[in-house]
Design a protein around this ligand. Structure first.
Ligand code: NAD
Length: 274
């Protein structure tokens, strides 16, 4: 028996990295899962983004658990696409109880990060995209009347600046930080308004996680040029694993957290203490 037997979940940014981990963990505990991803390069992003093959691999991993997977190639920046994805999930998987608004980009390196497009890409993906996901998933949950739980992916960047000099203060970098701070505002609005519908909304705030977003040559350069103490944490870690974040996400989604709403759980080895 799993914590999510009979439930249906939607996870955005699920082709790889943390989103894949959340989706596969949800399936392993009994949920059928719709996995949404853009599976395309966004021009402001310098590292390689996911591909349709990555999304297929997530589907295969879910099906290995014996649960159903629904692959949806869509862009969270497009509100009509998100609305359609939610409708498709309900139509094909028979409902919607759980959602993880996880899709994200880190447009902070390379020349493209200096263009104003990088600001827009960051805000459109990680603020507007999270809003659209919340807006359409909770609308269905309200209508069904059976409650629900949504987890947003914030970051330790939801609480602090990350740029360590003026040169690093690019539109992409500032957009990332502003969007991740904004996620907390979205959480508080929805958590406050939807408590009476038994819909809970929480945020997970990871430190560096071992995924292709930060394990790449471009981000390694940012690290090597940083002043001592940048991203310091009491446990002395550089990265945690996607599974570490999934453990917190699944707890927040589960009935074990049934009276937890409107909070942020840092998974950060104490980074925010420093
Ligand atoms: N890796 C880290 O160090 C770290 C730390 C804190 C927070 N985060 C956040 O965690 C989340 C997951 O990132 P990850 O580390 O797994 O990186 P990742 O690059 O491996 O995964 C992100 C996924 O989101 C998808 N995506 C991006 N833009 C999209 C869009 N417009 N529509 C649909 N899908 C889109 C990508 O294609 C990719 O598959 C992001 O929100 C990120 O900001 C990451």
């Amino acid at each position: 028996m799993g914590r999510f037997d009979g439930k249906v979940a939607l996870v955005t940014g699920a082709a790889r990295g943390q989103g894949r981990s959340h989706a596969v963990n949800l399936a392993a505990e009994g949920a059928d899962v719709a996995v949404l991803d853009i599976c395309q390069q966004v021009p402001s992003v310098q590292y390689a983004m996911s591909s349709p093959d990555d999304l297929d691999e997530t589907v295969a991993l879910i099906e290995k658990t014996g649960r159903r997977a629904l692959a949806i190639q869509a862009d969270v920046r497009d509100h009509q696409a998100v609305e359609a994805a939610v409708a498709q999930t309900v139509g094909e998987l028979g409902g919607l109880d759980l959602a993880v608004a996880n899709a994200g980009i880190l447009p902070v390196t390379g020349d493209a990060a200096r263009e104003m497009d990088a600001w827009r890409a960051a805000i459109d993906t990680m603020l507007s995209g999270v809003y659209y996901t919340l807006r359409y998933t909770t609308a269905v949950m309200i209508e069904r009347g059976a409650g629900g739980s949504v987890v947003l992916t914030g970051s330790t960047s939801s609480f602090r600046g990350v740029a360590y000099n003026a040169d690093m203060l690019t539109p992409g970098e500032v957009g990332y930080g502003a969007a991740k701070h904004g996620v907390l505002g979205l959480m508080r609005e929805f958590a406050m308004a939807l408590g009476s519908h038994h819909i809970r909304v929480n945020t997970v705030a990871p430190m560096g996680v071992r995924t292709p977003m930060v394990v790449n040559e471009y981000f390694a350069d940012l690290h090597s040029e940083a002043p001592g103490g940048w991203m310091a944490n009491p446990m002395g870690l550089r990265y945690i694993e996607p599974q570490d974040v999934s453990e917190a996400v699944l707890w927040l989604l589960s009935d074990q957290a049934r009276y937890v709403t409107g909070v942020t759980v840092p998974v950060d080895a104490g980074l925010l203490l420093v």
